[in-house]
Design a protein around this ligand. Structure first.
Ligand SMILES: [Ca+2]
Ligand SMILES: [Ca+2]
Length: 383
């Protein structure tokens, strides 16, 4: 049984209830002078970082993280049908050059990675540290559905979502028909559901298609799928340091790839969420779902959609503990359970997922795939 909107436990209702309780408390306190709670809230409000909610829940999407709620509260782990075999997906052909994204050459050098003013401290955004990256090339936009189709057509590659038979989709994008078939939801983020038949060419389930959006970022690619594509392209996934260097576009200590102002001259610079997450997306930026790549202005390096549109996998394992020691070409921890993703997506809103900043970061298990997660590749210069 799913939690319906008329159920008092339905998440938006709970949120509204909490909000009302806080407002009543603040009203009472305003009559008797500021209390510690009020001062704390005021301090948060005026802080430049404005620490926000911890997320759209997509960092918690795991293939064993979905619980069966079709039978009351009987919690059953959702077992994967198949196990990915990298060997079975070896790619014998290399990509033709003209189907790949244009590369932008970056000089590399020292830059300040992370931030001392973290929007979401528990993500390990800080401390700010001096990091060197060698010169590299990076694709100017996220890998598109067209490019991923070229890859699968040429190699016969089967993605992990296709092997498992499902992938996570944001419920707000599902047709009523697909919604009626759902028996699972993610406990901590009920707006996410594993949908049978959802994969890169059926982003919102079996009755959806990418035909009308071949120039949008490919979604539902797991970390291994992204790696396999980059290998076919004779490229690789960026390290987190390379990705963040690229995101900053040559600017120092700025929130976004273009500066500190989210909407310079009132213009949208990234495909994000406007309205109330997760119930109302006003799509003021023109897009409630993904947008064609390069629909928003490029950063100073000529790179598009570094924040927003689709989240982007990086090569690094996830770790939240960093120090201020200078590092050259850091590659993250030797091992881990999750991989780092960067940039946020069209689902990010400040109230819920303030992660459309260059220093922001999040994670997923490598076999996860979702309707807001994609990637781009990088290339090392000839030695
Ligand atoms: Ca949008
Ligand atoms: Ca992106």
């Amino acid at each position: 049984m799913k939690l319906e909107r008329n159920c008092p436990l339905y998440f938006p209702h709970v949120l509204r209830l909490l909000f009302e309780k806080v407002m009543i408390r603040l009203f009472i306190e305003s009559r008797s002078g500021p209390s510690p709670l009020c001062e704390l809230l005021l301090e948060k409000r005026t802080s430049s970082s404005e620490s926000q909610g911890t997320g759209c829940g997509c960092q918690g999407l795991k293939r064993d993280g979905a619980v069966d709620i079709s039978d009351g509260n009987n919690l059953k782990h959702h077992n994967s049908a198949n196990v990915y075999s990298e060997k079975a997906n070896e790619t014998p052909h290399a990509a033709e050059h003209d189907v790949l994204s244009k590369l932008v050459h970056l000089q590399g050098g020292w830059f300040m990675m992370g931030t001392d003013d973290p929007g979401i401290p528990q993500d390990g955004e800080g401390p700010q540290r001096r990091v060197w990256v060698d010169p590299f090339y990076i694709e100017e936009h996220e890998v598109t559905n067209q490019q991923f189709q070229d890859f699968t057509n040429q190699t016969g590659y089967i993605t992990e979502a296709e092997r498992f038979g499902d992938s996570f989709v944001f419920e707000g994008l599902l047709s009523e028909k697909v919604k009626s078939t759902l028996s699972h939801a993610v406990a901590a983020a009920p707006w996410w559901s594993p949908v049978k038949g959802a994969d890169w060419s059926h982003p919102e389930g079996p009755d959806s298609t990418t035909k009308h959006r071949m120039n949008h970022p490919v979604l539902h690619a797991s970390w291994a799928d992204a790696q396999s594509y980059c290998r076919w392209a004779q490229r690789r996934l960026p390290t987190e340091a390379e990705w963040e260097f690229a995101c900053r576009g040559g600017l120092e200590d700025r929130l976004y790839p273009w500066g500190n102002n989210l909407m310079p001259r009132g213009q949208h610079y990234a495909n994000l969420w406007q309205g109330d997450f997760p119930t109302q997306n006003t799509a003021e930026d023109g897009y409630a779902n993904t947008s064609p790549v390069m629909s928003f202005p490029a950063n100073g390096f000529g790179l598009y959609d570094m924040v927003g549109n689709a989240w982007e996998w990086t090569a690094d394992w996830w770790n939240i503990h960093h120090n201020t020691e200078e590092k050259k070409n850091p590659k993250g921890p030797e091992s881990g359970t999750d991989r780092v993703k960067k940039g946020g997506s069209y689902m990010c809103h400040k109230s819920y997922c303030y992660r459309y900043r260059c220093a922001a970061r999040s994670q997923n298990t490598p076999d996860s795939s979702a309707s807001n997660l994609g990637f781009r590749c990088v290339l090392d210069p000839d030695p």
